[in-house]
Design a protein around this ligand. Structure first.
Ligand SMILES: Cc1ncc(C[n+]2csc(CCOP(=O)(O)OP(=O)(O)O)c2C)c(N)n1
Ligand SMILES: [Mg+2]
Length: 602
């Protein structure tokens, strides 16, 4: 088609059925649709299996979008999309080379699935026509069916067999990925399909007619039951986890807590409640929950774990004991893995509500207001409780800080000092904390007051995912004045140090701080536990676990990849000035920086 005919066709078919396509080759259709869908970025590592698609991204009708974020490992590419989805709620694209790129990416895809992060993953394969394959490489790198490799932890995958089938496949994928509960989808394109010239391009539908539905609201009857339980309760507690995914849930959550004068425990998958709010009892979770007679759980992954304090190694399983009456608002059951147990323990729930918190909370608020007005004893009960919650809140933070302050001058540097000095360096402007290695009670040391301040990925708990995830947050905030801060374990960081190259290449304003205890310390704890159990020498607990001989020089590593590196910081007095200097690089120059801090084990 000539340019003029293309434009004529485009004008003729514009309207509710969409517009005429303008693709010249099969893979142009994919890019045309990504642009229609508003996909801003594609993270990738190149490969011949998608050279057609790569060409379309770069050359089809100019290259404004999706913009390429070049990565030095596919796992990082997926993690960037995961962090971006966490920060924005929106999907970006990832492009992966056939089976090898897909396998490198697979842990990232698993972690994105556990996080319920929407993303459009594109892959190449083939040629499926075996007579067209190059010797060796096209054979060993082509699988039947490629999507099988990751099918257990994507929401959907597809391999359209003709160019005309591409729009429907991609629109379906987009809608599935962005429908709550969200998740990654994988689309695989035969090289032949990508590279074939297209004489009659398929029309591009009006993508607004394929949008994800609004997530479901709660049934009014069940909400009424919940409101009555909450208002009559002696000590109700709100325990919030994934609810903060939707920022619209935050104002009604806060208003509900204030109306009920009840404690809120923020499990921290997202920002749910300000750490400075007098009703925040996250730091006194045990005290808040032990006496509770009614729990309002908001998208809590593991109610049992939350209740038993299962993070403690001595309590190895979640408990099913549930003295309290449990109300749970979640869409969790609508997307359950059939492969990994990321649904966690089955807990009794007395009032199950399948809804999105952002939809359910405003209605619950109205019902509670009505119940309070109708109950003459409610106001007194609520006021008394409010005062008690505030008392606990006020003492919790100062108690924790007084326990930690003696650590100030420890060498190696204590996590308390690291997070305190970092807070002083960071708090002067907008920030987001994408990762917090070590065991410092960050909520006691930093003020979390707005949802953008938390952008952590990682329910999947694969080390090496958080470093790329932090880059995704930095990408999301690149055009704003917000900086991203990621405190990463040395072991975790060594999984993906090449993430630094992308930080430099894509000019991402991120501060990496290495929590360098020169160990995969988490596992020293496990080996110590086993040694004690078996009566074996505890002093061997770090064999095969210490990361020394040689000590990794993270600042030099950063410099070698185009990122300003500071450290290793061994002297506690040098920490504050180094962090301040590094924050200036990130804030003022909008460039990445890294500070390597040699720390206590925890
Ligand atoms: C991909 C992957 N490999 C191994 C593990 C097991 N693992 C969990 S924590 C950890 C140690 C991480 O070391 P580091 O990041 O230095 O943190 P530290 O425990 O020292 O605070 C390991 C190896 C994992 N979770 N994911
Ligand atoms: Mg470590």
């Amino acid at each position: 088609m000539t340019q003029q005919t293309r434009e004529q066709v485009a004008t003729a078919t514009n309207g509710r059925m969409g517009r005429a396509g303008r693709a010249e080759f099969g893979s142009d259709v994919v890019v045309e649709l990504l642009r229609e869908l508003g996909i801003k970025y594609v993270a990738l590592n190149p490969g011949a299996s998608y050279r057609g698609l790569h060409d379309s991204i770069v050359n089809f009708e100019g290259r404004e979008s999706p913009q390429i974020i070049l990565c030095a490992h596919e796992e990082i590419a997926v993690a960037i999309a995961g962090g971006y989805a966490r920060a924005t709620g929106k999907p970006m694209a990832v492009a992966l080379h056939n089976v090898v790129g897909l396998q490198h990416a697979s842990m990232g895809i698993f972690c994105a699935y556990c996080d319920r992060s929407p993303m459009i993953i594109l892959g190449g394969t083939g040629p499926m026509d075996t007579t067209k394959r190059r010797p060796h490489i096209d054979w060993v790198h082509t699988a039947l069916v490629q999507g099988n490799d990751i099918r257990d932890y994507v929401k959907w995958d597809d391999q359209p067999y003709a160019v005309n089938a591409v729009p429907e496949s991609l629109l379906r994928a987009y809608r599935i990925a962005t429908t709550e509960p969200c998740g990654p989808v994988y689309l695989c394109y035969d090289t032949e399909l990508q590279e074939q010239p297209v004489a009659e391009p398929p029309p591009i539908p009006d993508v607004s007619r394929f949008a994800a539905p609004r997530p479901p609201a709660a049934s009014p009857d069940t909400l009424k039951q919940a409101a009555s339980l909450l208002v009559k309760a002696r000590w109700p507690v709100i325990i919030a986890d994934g609810a903060g995914r939707h920022h619209e849930a935050l104002a009604p959550l806060r208003e509900l807590a204030e109306m009920l004068g009840c404690a809120v425990v923020d499990r921290g998958e997202y920002f749910n409640f300000p750490s400075t709010h007098p009703l925040d009892l996250t730091l006194s979770e045990r005290e808040a929950l032990d006496t509770a007679d009614v729990w309002l759980a908001l998208d809590v992954a593991d109610i049992g774990g939350a209740q038993s304090g299962v993070k403690d190694r001595d309590t190895l399983s979640s408990t099913l004991q549930a003295e309290a009456t449990i109300i749970h608002i979640t869409l969790g059951d609508m997307l359950q893995s059939k492969w990994a147990g990321d649904y966690e323990r089955l807990h009794p729930v007395d009032v199950p509500i399948a809804a999105n918190s952002a939809e359910a909370l405003p209605a619950l608020l109205t019902l509670c207001r009505g119940e309070i007005a109708a109950d003459s004893s409610a106001a007194g009960r609520i006021e008394e409780r409010r005062l008690r919650v505030q008392e606990i809140h006020n003492s919790a933070r100062s108690q924790i800080l007084s326990r930690l302050q003696p650590d100030w001058d420890l060498r190696p540097i204590s996590s308390y000092r690291l997070y305190s000095e970092l807070w002083s360096a960071v708090k002067g402007g907008p920030w987001t904390l994408a990762s917090a290695a070590g065991r410092a009670p960050v909520r006691a040391l930093w003020d979390f007051t707005e949802p953008e301040q938390r952008s952590n990925v990682g329910r999947g708990a694969g080390i090496g995912y958080g470093e790329g995830g932090a880059l995704g947050a930095a990408l999301a905030y690149r055009e704003t004045s917000r900086i991203t801060v990621a405190v990463c374990g040395d072991g975790s960081f060594l999984m993906v140090p090449q993430a630094l190259w992308t930080a430099a290449n894509s000019e991402l304003p991120i501060l990496y701080v290495i929590f360098n205890n020169r160990s995969y310390f988490n596992d020293e704890g496990h080996q110590e536990y086993i040694a004690r159990l078996r009566g074996r020498p505890v002093e061997n607990k770090d064999v095969g676990i210490r990361i020394s001989s040689p000590d990794a020089d993270f600042a030099a590593l950063a410099r070698s990849l185009g990122v300003q590196g500071f450290g290793p910081i061994i002297d506690p007095a040098a920490l504050g000035p180094a962090l301040e200097q590094a924050v200036r690089v990130v804030r003022d120059q909008r460039k990445p920086a890294l500070v390597d801090v040699v720390t206590q084990p925890r």
